[in-house]
Design a protein. Structure first.
Length: 593
C-alpha cells in the first residue's frame, strides 16, 4: 500500500488543506517555468508524483528495513567520527538516488528550489515507518536551509553543493551538561582570532546527527553578556583544510528507542569556527531552526500515530475473541473510533499549520536576502508568522503527548503480544518517547504557550474583553456555518474561564473601595507580581491542552466551510474533547478557590 496515493484522506488534504494558490507564486513567478511547468496544476501534479514516489519507497524499502535498523543501530564511532551502519547507509543511498537531497536547495547552488512543505510531507511518510531514519535524513534539508538563510555567500556556494551530493548533513548544538532548557547558562566559549575566525571550546550533548559534518553551535564570545543576550551562533565544520578533525564525536548515546539515529556527545577543543550573523544574536537565529524542528516533531508524531493506529486496527480486526473480531467488541470499537477521530483532526491541524509555515519561510528568506517585500507580501508575512508563533508549541505538545498515549493503547490492543519484541508495537512505543523530550519538553511548550497568551492579554486587556463580546453565543444565531458557530461557543467559554483563572491567580491586592487604588486595578504593571505569576504557571499544562483542542476545532471549522466531510469530523472531534475541556475548567475552579 502506498500511504499517500492510496489514501483518500491524504490526497484530499494535499489538494485542499495546503494553500497552493499562495505558495506556488512565491516560487514560480510566471509560466511556463524554466522546468517546463505550464501552469499551477502541472506544478501540483509534479509535487504529487514526487510525494507518491517517496511514499512508495517508505511503504516498502524503509518499512522492511526498520526492524533491522532498530536492532543494529545507526552505526559506529571510529576515530572521532560516526560511520553509518549497513541499514542506515542503504537508506541514505536510496534517498540520494531518488533525488531527495537536491529538491529543496536553490537553483543557484545546483538544486531544484522546490517548496519545503513538500519535504515536510515526504518526511511524514518516512516517519510512518521509521522515525529514526526520517529524523536523520531531515537534517540534510533543515541544516541546508539554515546555511542558505543565515550564512554568507561564500559558505553557501561551498557547502550547499556538498549537501546535494550527499557528502554533508548537519546538526544544531544547544544542549550542554547541566544546561538543557536553561540555554542562558551554557558555558561553551568562543575566542576571536586575528583572521576573523573564532576558536570554540566546550562540550555539547544529546546532539542528533552530531556526526553529519557541519554544526551550528551556540556559544558565548569571551566578554559577552551573561544569559541569552550574550549568545552567538557559529558554523563549525568537522573537516577543514588545516585540521582533518576540527571537532570530535566523543560518544554515541545508547538510548531506550530511536536506535537508528545518531545521538552524540561532541567535544570542541580550539575548533575553528565562523560567526553566523551578528555577535550576541545567536539565540534568535537558533530559534528559527528550533521552531522548525518543533513543527517537524509534530510531523514525526503524525507519522508515528498513523502507523500505531493502523497496526492496532489490523490486529484487532483479525484477532477473534468471544466469537467475533476484537475490533467489533463495543468498547474497542468506540476506542478505535475515538483514536481515529483525534488522529484525523490533528492531521488537519498540522497540515494547515505547515501551509502557513511554508509562506512564512519563503518570505522570511526573501526578507533576509533582499529585504524588498511588497506591501501585500509584508501583510502575508505578518499573518503567517503570527499563526506559526501561536501554533508551534501546540503542535509540538499535542502531537508528542498524543503519540505516546496512542502507542500505549496500541500495546494494550495487542495484549501480551504487544509487550513482545516479535511485534513492532513495543518499538513504536519506545520511539515515541523521544519526541516528548527533544526540542523542548512538553512542559517547556506549555510555558511558552502561557507566556504568549499572557502577553496578548496584558498588552491590551480591553481588546481581550471586546473579543469576548464578539464571540458571544448570541452572535451565532444567524451564522450560516454551523461548525463555526459551535466553535465560537466553545471559544467563548474558554476565554471566559481563562479570564476567571487570571483574575483568581494574578489580580493585584487592591481595595476597590479606595478610589486611589481603583485605577491601579486597570494598570497592567500592577498585575506583574512574580508570586502571582507562579500561581498561574501551575496551570500551564492544562492551558496548553485546552489551547490545543480549541485551535484544532478552529481549523476544522474553517475547513468545514468548503468540505462537508469536515463537518462530521468537527462534530466527532467536538464531542471527543468537550468533556476534556470541562474537566480542565473544573480543575481551574477547584485549584483557585
Amino acid at each position: 500500500m502506498n500511504t499517500f496515493s492510496d489514501s483518500i484522506e491524504w490526497k484530499s488534504l494535499f489538494k485542499n488543506a495546503i494553500d497552493w494558490d499562495t505558495i506556488i507564486p512565491l516560487y514560480y513567478s510566471s509560466f511556463p517555468t524554466p522546468e517546463g511547468y505550464k501552469n499551477k496544476e502541472e506544478v501540483i501534479q509534479a509535487f504529487d508524483e514526487l510525494l507518491t514516489a517517496m511514499a512508495e519507497w517508505s511503504s516498502n524499502d524503509l518499512k522492511n528495513r526498520a526492524r533491522q535498523l532498530d536492532l543494529e543501530g545507526a552505526g559506529t564511532l571510529v576515530d572521532g567520527k560516526t560511520v553509518h551502519g549497513k541499514a542506515l547507509a542503504a537508506s541514505y543511498t536510496d534517498t540520494y538516488n531518488l533525488g531527495l537531497f537536491n529538491l529543496f536547495i536553490d537553483h543557484k547552488y545546483g538544486g531544484m528550489g522546490m517548496p519545503t512543505i513538500l519535504a515536510s510531507l515526504m518526511f511524514t511518510h518516512m516517519f510512518r515507518y521509521c522515525l529514526a531514519t526520517g529524523t536523520q535524513l531531515s537534517f540534510v534539508v533543515s541544516i541546508a536551509d539554515m546555511i542558505e538563510r543565515f550564512c554568507g555567500e561564500e559558505d553557501r556556494a561551498r557547502l550547499l553543493p556538498q549537501f546535494i551530493d550527499g557528502k554533508l548533513s548537519g546538526a544544531m548544538c544547544l544542549t550542554e551538561p547541566g544546561s538543557g532548557s536553561d540555554l542562558g547558562s551554557l558555558r561553551t566559549s568562543a575566542k576571536k582570532q586575528a583572521d576573523g575566525t573564532y576558536l570554540i571550546n566546550g562540550t555539547k550533548i544529546f546532539i542528533t546527527n552530531g556526526g553529519g559534518g557541519v554544526c551550528f553551535v551556540l556559544g558565548r564570545i569571551i566578554g559577552a553578556p551573561a544569559g541569552l543576550e550574550g549568545i552567538s551562533m557559529f558554523l563549525v565544520e568537522q573537516k577543514i583544510p588545516q585540521n582533518d578533525l576540527n571537532y570530535k564525536v566523543a560518544k554515541i548515546e545508547e538510548k531506550m528507542g530511536f536506535h537508528g539515529s545518531f545521538t552524540c556527545e561532541l567535544v570542541f577543543e580550539n575548533s575553528v569556527a565562523t560567526l553566523v550573523g551578528k555577535e550576541n544574536e545567536g539565540f534568535k537565529y537558533m530559534l528559527h531552526l528550533m521552531n522548525e524542528s518543533r513543527l517537524g516533531v509534530g510531523l514525526q508524531c503524525l507519522g508515528g500515530m498513523e502507523t500505531a493506529l493502523e497496526y492496532a486496527k489490523d490486529y484487532a480486526s483479525t484477532r477473534i475473541q468471544f466469537g467475533k473480531p476484537v475490533a467489533e467488541l463495543p468498547l474497542m470499537k468506540r476506542n478505535l473510533t475515538d483514536w481515529q477521530n483525534e488522529l484525523d483532526a490533528f492531521r488537519v491541524l498540522i497540515l494547515d499549520t505547515m501551509s502557513y509555515y511554508e509562506i512564512y519561510q519563503r518570505l522570511d528568506l526573501k526578507k533576509r536576502h533582499t529585504n524588498d517585500l511588497t506591501e501585500k507580501e509584508t501583510l502575508l508575512f505578518k499573518k503567517a508568522m503570527k499563526k506559526v508563533r501561536r501554533r508551534t508549541p501546540l503542535v509540538k505538545y499535542y502531537g508528542s503527548e498524543t503519540f505516546t498515549a496512542l502507542t500505549t493503547k496500541t500495546i494494550q490492543v495487542l495484549g501480551g503480544y504487544g509487550y513482545m519484541k516479535d511485534y513492532d508495537a513495543e518499538r513504536f512505543h519506545r520511539d515515541s518517547f523521544a519526541p516528548l523530550l527533544y526540542e523542548g519538553t512538553s512542559q517547556i511548550q506549555a510555558l511558552m504557550a502561557l507566556k504568549d497568551v499572557i502577553k496578548y492579554l496584558m498588552k491590551n486587556p480591553a481588546r481581550y474583553l471586546k473579543s469576548l463580546v464578539g464571540i458571544h453565543p448570541l452572535t451565532n444565531l444567524l451564522s450560516p456555518n454551523e461548525s463555526f458557530a459551535d466553535f465560537k461557543t466553545v471559544h467563548y467559554n474558554f476565554k471566559k474561564k481563562f479570564l476567571f483563572l487570571i483574575l483568581n491567580t494574578m489580580k493585584p491586592q487592591i481595595n476597590l473601595r479606595d478610589l486611589d487604588q481603583v485605577t491601579q486595578f486597570f494598570n497592567s504593571k500592577s498585575w506583574n507580581n512574580q508570586e502571582n505569576i507562579e500561581k498561574l504557571m501551575v496551570h500551564a499544562e492544562t492551558l496548553i491542552q485546552a489551547l490545543s483542542y480549541i485551535e484544532t476545532l478552529r481549523v476544522l471549522s474553517v475547513h468545514s466551510k468548503n468540505n462537508p466531510k469536515y463537518k462530521k469530523l468537527f462534530r466527532d472531534y467536538h464531542d471527543l474533547v468537550y468533556p476534556r475541556l470541562q474537566g480542565i475548567y473544573s480543575d481551574w475552579d477547584l485549584r483557585t478557590r
